[in-house]
Design a protein around this ligand. Structure first.
Ligand code: HEM
Length: 518
């Protein structure tokens, strides 16, 4: 959601609150205020009666029984259910009417300034259609239809909020670059409720800046060189060493294991494979599905499940935090390898060096663990998927990594160092393999290609992904060991879908062959 200043676009006066959703999922509001409470009134189910086919399926009572009942009813006073219906129905209808009127009034107020589009159902708007899964190598039917009908910038109602959707790369870039000046970021309340009010993704202003500094410090260039490169390589080797030749397994699960283990270790010193680490990973899968789901807090919905997972995850982090504080009080951790590891993780750092409250630390850890593993695991799964369809790119990658591996063998070294990483030039270009049009990796590898300026996988401006350098390092190191040690193929056809979080419905089943190239 964003402020469209009249000077730049002519849609809105800058004093008006205006909500805007960019394609990468972030929402902006013009004034940083939550949407008007009037929009909440419309949280009434759209249908209060059963559809006709369902009515006809309800078993009918025999006529004589009905006769008798009718007699009894006419003698007795009104039943409870009738009373409730009589009292509630007018109120519900009135609420529905008010909600529609308010929406209409709002639309009329902004009519002259808004781009074309429509608001859909009260409260839910067009959320259900927007969230309908589509192939991740396309923009999806919802976007296609809306763009062809209304253009690249259109009005809608998503996640219970009035929204302007922009599929215009130039405008999206402009908005991202001007966040905090012309625009202010905000997520719909439903998403904020899951991520937490202290999550960096949701915070604005000074508090966002402070949290960002902590994250950037934790993901700094110096740490990447001295600590993270080694940890990334160890986590890669741990995952790849478990791959067996004759088996079919889910490459998506493996990439998730790799990125989650890495972040869990770096954030809270959790060990891979431990029961608690596995449990936490499972909770995050449920959590993730709810972050981008309709905000329906009913039993069984993805949203409700995600809220439950959020509280389980928070309890877990809080237990870890209490243990850590206790150990710190008992004597600075007592020395030893474990305590020095704990000193070096994010939890240890914020406890010692920041004055954040417990609630703030919990949301920071929860959202960093989320931001830090979900996206990069998808990127790695996409690379595995696209590369197997592009043998030329694999050959070229292998050449690059063999060169590095030969150099290391000659120097008698085993672990990758920063200079090795810097030599992975073609690999860096191939990160574009996850391009949305499904081009081969070589088609999209040039940074001079038209539109490269608008390729913004890590967002932009003051909210540019804090972990972009770590993500690139993870992908490069993983690809290094992958192409040097394995050939792979799809065991069953699978395809990336946007739900809108990207997922392979069959888990990207692959079969691998091990080889030794050196
Ligand atoms: C391929 C992998 C990744 C992609 C595509 C990606 C993408 C993004 C994008 C688009 C944003 C901006 C969200 C917004 O505008 O609100 C973002 C923010 C962020 N990402 Fe990443 N990310 C990746 C990996 C990581 C990793 C490994 C970390 C490590 C912890 C990380 C941490 C963050 C954080 C902390 C933010 C919030 C920045 C802020 O609000 O100032 N990301 N990421």
């Amino acid at each position: 959601m964003c402020l469209f200043s009249k000077d730049s676009f002519g849609f809105l006066e800058s004093s008006q609150a205006f909500y805007f959703r960019t394609q990468n999922g972030s929402f902006f509001s013009t004034d940083g205020q939550p949407p008007e409470s009037s929009y909440l009134i419309s949280s009434i189910p759209p249908s209060l009666s059963l559809p006709q086919q369902q009515l006809s399926r309800i078993p009918q009572k025999p006529d004589n029984i009905r006769e008798r009942e009718r007699e009894r009813e006419s003698q007795s006073s009104m039943s409870d259910s009738e009373l409730i219906t009589l009292c509630l129905l007018p109120s519900i209808l009135a609420l529905l009417l008010v909600s529609i009127l308010i929406q209409r009034k709002h639309q009329t107020r902004f009519k002259l300034n808004l781009p074309p589009g429509h608001a859909g159902w009260p409260f839910l708007g067009e959320t259900i259609a927007y969230l309908k899964p589509y192939s991740a190598t396309s923009i999806g039917a919802f976007m296609e239809q809306h763009i062809s009908r209304f253009g690249k910038i259109y009005r809608s109602n998503l996640f219970g909020e009035p929204t302007i959707v922009s599929a215009d790369a130039e405008l999206n870039r402009f908005i991202l670059q001007n966040e905090g000046r012309l625009f202010e970021c905000s997520y719909p309340r439903s998403i904020g409720g899951i991520l937490g009010k202290w999550s960096m993704l949701v915070l604005v202003g000074d508090m966002h800046r402070d949290m960002r500094i902590i994250s950037l410090n934790f993901l700094s260039h110096a740490r990447l060189r001295t600590v993270l490169l080694r940890e990334v390589e160890q986590s890669t080797l741990l995952v790849l060493s478990s791959w067996k030749e004759s088996c079919t397994f889910s490459a998506q699960d493996e990439s998730k294991k790799f990125t989650f283990n890495l972040m869990a270790k770096h954030i809270m010193s959790l060990d891979p494979g431990e029961a608690e680490t596995e449990q936490l990973k499972k909770e995050y899968v449920t959590f993730m599905k709810g972050v981008v789901s309709p905000p329906l807090n009913f039993p069984g919905t993805a949203y409700r499940k995600a809220l439950r997972s959020r509280s389980t995850i928070l309890k877990f982090i809080e237990r870890k935090m209490e243990g850590r504080v206790r150990r710190m009080k008992e004597g600075g951790g007592g020395g030893g390898e474990e305590s020095s590891r704990e000193d070096d993780d994010l939890l240890g750092w914020v406890l010692k060096h920041s004055n954040l409250s417990t609630e703030q630390i919990l949301d920071l850890i929860l959202s960093l663990l989320f931001a830090g593993h979900e996206t990069s695991s998808v990127a790695i799964a996409l690379a595995i998927f696209f590369l197997q369809a592009c043998p030329r790119a694999i050959d070229q990658l292998r050449e690059e990594h063999l060169e590095i591996a030969r150099g290391k063998k000659k120097a008698g070294e085993t672990e990758l160092n920063w200079e090795d990483y810097k030599k992975m030039e073609f690999t860096q270009c191939n990160k574009c393999t996850s391009n949305p049009r499904g081009q081969s990796s070589q088609d999209s590898s040039s940074s001079t290609c038209p539109g490269a300026n608008y390729f913004m996988p890590f967002g932009g401006g003051p909210r540019l992904c804090a972990g972009s350098e770590l993500a690139k390092l993870e992908m490069a190191v993983f690809i290094h060991h992958l192409v040097l040690n394995f050939s792979w193929e799809l065991a069953e056809p699978d395809e990336a879908f946007a739900f809108p979080f990207v997922d392979f419905p069959r888990g990207l089943p692959i079969r691998v062959q091990r080889h030794t190239l050196l």
